[in-house]
Design a binder for this molecule. Structure first.
Ligand code: PRP
Length: 210
């Protein structure tokens, strides 16, 4: 982006509300975002700021390509997708964890056969087991990963756990915590230089209000 406008990408869904609250706390009128209907870009009054709401991997894509200066996205997506941008702040919201879970009473780290793991996060899963020098088969699932062990498709799952109630209600148990997750503020690498003053001010105010 060549003009002064700061464009921010928020992650659609659970994080959107938390991020909107954070910007509200620094005094921005977020009503154009909350009342936007089907409009895709919201302008924040008097701030020279535009906000877009996107699916998690798209937030990374927009920031990486510099069409958005700032992104708010979960560490889960950052770990899965990678990419070139600065990860500037841990916002301390949207807290959960990546865990390995299996059917209650079953064990995972035992026996000689290659285990099958279902997940929405194949890269995170591969990296985790590679770091242990363990070979696993990974099955990519798009929806409720918890179904995979229940249907007999996988020995375990790697998924996000927040309260643990989805696992509990489906007779699954966490056997290993893989990583702590929370929302992060990321910045495009070129914007960080060209719009340093405005970005420092916005990031500084957010940090004060965490
Ligand atoms: C996530 C995750 C688990 C659930 C964990 O799914 O995939 O299914 O939340 O939360 P809990 O520990 O509090 O039960 P989400 O509800 O975000 O839906 P999704 O399957 O569309 O990702």
């Amino acid at each position: 982006m060549q003009n002064r406008t700061i464009r921010i990408a928020l992650t659609k869904g659970r994080l959107e509300k938390k991020a909107t609250e954070l910007f509200g706390k620094i005094g921005w009128d977020m009503s154009p975002l909350t009342d936007r209907g089907r409009q895709l870009i919201a302008r924040i009054p008097g701030r020279d700021v535009e906000i877009v709401v996107a699916k998690p991997p798209d937030v990374l894509t927009f920031v990486e390509h510099g069409v958005c200066d700032i992104g708010i996205v979960g560490k889960d997506t950052i770990m899965e997708e990678g990419g070139e941008y600065f990860e500037v702040l841990d916002l301390g919201v949207g807290k959960c964890r990546f865990s390995l879970a299996v059917k209650k009473g079953e064990e995972f780290y035992g026996g000689y056969g290659i285990k099958t793991v279902a997940t929405k996060y194949p890269n995170v899963t591969r990296n985790h087991f590679e770091s242990k020098g363990m070979d696993v088969d990974i099955v990519k699932i798009e929806g409720s990963v918890e179904l995979a062990p229940l249907l007999g498709l996988a020995d375990g799952i790697v998924d996000l756990v927040e309260t643990g109630s989805t696992l509990l209600e489906n007779g699954l148990g966490e056997i290993e915590k893989i990583a702590e997750i929370s929302a992060r503020l990321i910045v495009n690498t070129v914007s960080m230089k060209l719009k340093k003053q405005r970005l420092d001010e916005i990031i500084g105010r957010i940090e004060e209000n965490l």
